[in-house]
Design a protein around this ligand. Structure first.
Ligand code: GLU
Length: 449
């Protein structure tokens, strides 16, 4: 009989050979696969069904040309993607990322993570992801609109309210979703819930904007509770200053923690008096300014340019990496541990390298992996889909209460799965297993497809 270890290793060797030039995808797959060994020992029928090799191959990938005209009248071309990874438990669901770093490896790692994350939410949503190497930075509103319209002209052929429901991610927020939705509606003449993260006047859900950041904090609250702690008087670092970081900061401060630093790709600001969230929102959500402007406007704050220091060198009890993948390496992790960090909660997708995670876990730091800790965004997206289907709108309090329960449930399921499979306290293993089990059962029930 093949052991779980032998099976997982042989599939991973194949995946490595076939995707040798996709390091981020292999990183995400490697982390999940390692966790799943005991699952295959317990359920050998999944080996017979070669479930892992099927799951790791996306159901479909579309890659397409996105031509658009800039304000100078020049024709620009970008590359668009949609990875429809798994529809085992529901329509493909996951965000769109517009960032120059986007390539197939990035979209596949995000899509793969999304399968497990979406499963963990308990909502009926499969895994997908998309985006483009388009750089929204410095573009005018009209350029953004023309790009979004061109992107959706192709994407509209592949999505649908019961097929694939994209949303935002890095570089795609309310403005972009609005332009994308307008173009979809014009092309299809259908007013459906084909995108989430929509504006409140045209089918969006209250609390969707806040959901990822708030959800990460609700998850952290559970991790702290398990160690007999809470947020009162804790000092926190939140990297990033986009949607996730802003609302993580807001919720942390409302629960009694003090966030002393935030960042963007140009550097970080340190504000020992605590981040002024209203100022941060004005600069980032309204003016779309660089983070140095925060320090210009706030006497208590100092700015450190990228390359001249790391946000992770600041002494803190709590760290919330909410910027991007691989933003915490082994060195950063060691620094955080040396400075006494007790909990690390991933608001971004895969912000810690595998080596960094090992450092945290060995040091006894509570570690909330992205697919569990940042699932609040997509969870409320699923609630947005439910409201759209019912043609109704729930109150902020109602959605926020559901979000809280979902995040608590994710923590409890991940903790229980870790315990059941011999890795008590390891939420990486627990989240991977808990997320996988539902998808595996659904795949098995639906036959070899
Ligand atoms: N981009 C977010 C994520 O990484 C949200 C996806 C969604 O709402 O569909 O989960």
């Amino acid at each position: 009989m093949t052991t779980g270890k032998a099976y997982v290793t042989s599939v991973f060797e194949k995946v490595k050979a076939q995707n040798a030039h996709e390091p981020e995808f292999l990183q995400a797959v490697g982390e999940v696969f390692e966790s799943l060994v005991p699952v295959f020992d317990k359920y050998p029928k999944y080996i017979d069904e070669n479930l892992l090799e099927r799951l790791v191959e996306p159901e479909r990938i579309v890659s397409f040309r996105v031509p658009w005209v800039d304000d100078q009248g020049h024709v620009q071309v970008n590359r668009g993607y949609r990875v429809q990874f798994s529809s085992a438990i529901g329509p493909y669901k996951g965000g769109l990322r517009f960032h120059p770093s986007v390539n197939q490896s990035i979209i596949k790692f995000l899509g793969f993570e999304q399968i497990f994350k979406n499963s963990l939410t308990g909502q009926p949503i499969g895994g997908g992801k998309g985006g483009s190497n388009f750089d929204p930075k410095g573009k005018s509103d009209n350029e953004i609109m023309r790009f979004c319209q061109s992107f959706m002209t192709e994407l509209s052929k592949h999505i649908g309210a019961d097929t694939d429901v994209p949303a935002g991610d890095i570089g795609v927020g309310g403005r972009e979703i609005g332009y994308l939705y307008g173009q979809y509606k014009r092309l299809r003449n259908e007013y459906t819930g084909v995108l989430t993260g929509k504006g409140l006047t045209y089918g969006g859900s209250l609390a969707r904007t806040e959901a990822t950041g708030y959800g990460a904090v609700y998850f952290a609250e559970q991790m702290l509770k398990a160690r007999g702690e809470d947020f009162a008087g804790k000092v926190a670092i939140v990297s990033g200053s986009g949607n996730v970081a802003i609302y993580a900061t807001e919720k942390l401060q409302s629960l009694g923690a003090k966030v002393v630093a935030v960042s963007d790709s140009s550097g970080y600001v340190y504000d020992p008096e605590g981040i002024d969230v209203a100022l941060l929102k004005q600069l980032k959500e309204v003016e779309r300014a660089r983070i140095v402007k925060y320090a210009d406007a706030r006497p208590s704050a100092t700015f450190t340019p990228a390359g001249e220091g790391s946000i992770w060198s600041i002494k803190a009890d709590l760290a919330f990496p909410c910027a991007t993948q691989n933003e915490i390496n082994e060195e950063d992790a060691k620094t955080l541990v040396a400075n006494g960090v007790i909990a690390v909660t991933e608001g971004a997708n895969m912000p810690s390298t595998l080596e960094a995670i090992e450092v945290f876990q060995k040091a006894g730091v509570s570690f909330g992996p992205a697919k569990a800790a940042n699932a609040g965004g997509v969870a409320v997206s699923a609630l947005e889909m439910a409201q759209n289907s019912q043609r109704t709108a729930w109150s902020f309090e109602e959605v926020d209460a559901k979000l809280y329960d979902i995040m608590k449930g994710i923590y409890e399921n991940a903790a229980a799965a870790a315990k059941e499979f011999g890795a008590e306290g390891d939420l990486v293993v627990g989240a991977n297993i808990a997320g996988f089990l539902k998808v595996a059962e659904a795949m098995s029930a639906q036959g070899i497809v």
